[in-house]
Design a protein around this ligand. Structure first.
Ligand code: CAA
Ligand code: NAI
Length: 246
């Protein structure tokens, strides 16, 4: 019970890595708020977990929309009275070779992956500052650390998350807020489904563990950084990538 009675918001919690984290956090005693743009999946999962007696709620939100985000945070405060943990996990790709990438594809990825994290954290942080305690975990990516063919927009957004994480660690460390990020490697979720087979083969060649991550591998890293075991880990980017580059 590493998160007993902690209130955790997990953005993008209706699928993939986010949902693996929802399950992991419930098992560790947290009250979990699934925040996702996918209403059908989110409502279904919340109903399923409520039936099992888990403390889970769903709020439909597009994280790139500040009004949506502010309403979501107000709702969480109304439901639970506090917020202990924010997992900024929602993210999208719109891959394309640079010269063929549209301005819209660049902008949408930045809006969700960067502005979404800005919005959620700016809305949640005052509640954490009020009690002088809180955990923020962002989601970077190997693409933001090393770059990746076809991902100008996405790599830019995830590199931005690394800079943002270190900046917030410096701004809010002395106010009792822990800020870190996980940089996942290629992970079995809907996001990697679109990668052509021959490119997946090439990727597996450069992963030391010779396999993609499972969503649970990444959820475990979120759990560690959200728990008190990581109290002195701060401003850190935790690579969970099977040893892509060392
Ligand atoms: N490494 C080296 N070369 C690559 C490459 C790679 N990873 N990917 C593509 N190329 C090369 C191709 O071999 C091709 O070379 P030639 O011109 O010599 O034939 C050239 O780049 C253009 O590639 P395509 O013919 O595939 O171009 P396209 O316009 O049809 O498609 C693309 C471009 C959409 C980017 C497609 O290649 C693709 O989907 N690539 C995968 C992108 C990717 O890795 N996405 C990761 C998604 S998962 C994720 O993002 C999670 C995370 O955080 C890691
Ligand atoms: P996924 O596509 O399985 O899940 C993403 C979830 O975010 C979905 O439920 C989706 O509905 C939600 N979402 C998308 N846009 C949203 C928005 N505007 N507002 C609210 N919710 C939104 O993706 P996956 O793989 O689980 O990715 C989770 C995070 O991990 C993302 O930030 C991704 O960039 C990152 N990541 C993923 C890797 C992978 O290989 N799968 C590797 C490295 C990082």
């Amino acid at each position: 019970m590493r998160l007993k009675n902690k209130v955790a918001i997990i953005t993008g919690g209706a699928s993939g890595i986010g949902y693996a984290a929802v399950k992991r956090f419930i098992d560790e005693g947290a009250k979990v708020v699934i925040v996702d743009i996918d209403t059908t999946k989110g409502q279904g999962l919340a109903a399923f977990h409520e039936m099992r007696g888990d403390e889970v709620s769903f709020v439909a939100v597009d994280v790139s929309n500040r009004e949506n985000v502010d309403l979501m945070v107000a709702r969480v405060i109304e439901l639970y009275g506090t917020i202990d943990i924010l997992i900024n996990n929602a993210g999208i790709t719109q891959d394309g070779m640079f010269l063929k990438m549209s301005e819209e594809a660049f902008q949408r990825v930045m809006d969700v992956n960067v502005k979404g994290v800005f919005n959620c954290t700016q809305a949640v942080l005052p509640h954490m500052l009020e009690k002088g305690r809180g955990k923020i975990v962002n989601t970077a990516s190997v693409s933001g650390v090393y770059g990746n063919v076809g991902q100008t927009n996405y790599a830019a957004s995830k590199a931005a998350i690394i800079g943002i994480t270190k900046t917030w660690a410096k701004e809010f460390g002395r106010k009792g807020i822990n800020v870190n990020a996980v940089a996942p490697g290629f992970t079995h979720t809907d996001m990697v489904e679109k990668i052509p087979d021959e490119i997946v083969e090439r990727m597996l060649d450069v992963i030391s563990l010779a396999r993609m991550a499972e969503p649970e591998d990444i959820a475990n890293a979120y759990l560690y950084l959200a728990s008190d075991e990581a109290s002195y880990v701060h401003g850190h980017i935790l690579n969970v990538d099977g040893g892509i580059m060392m």
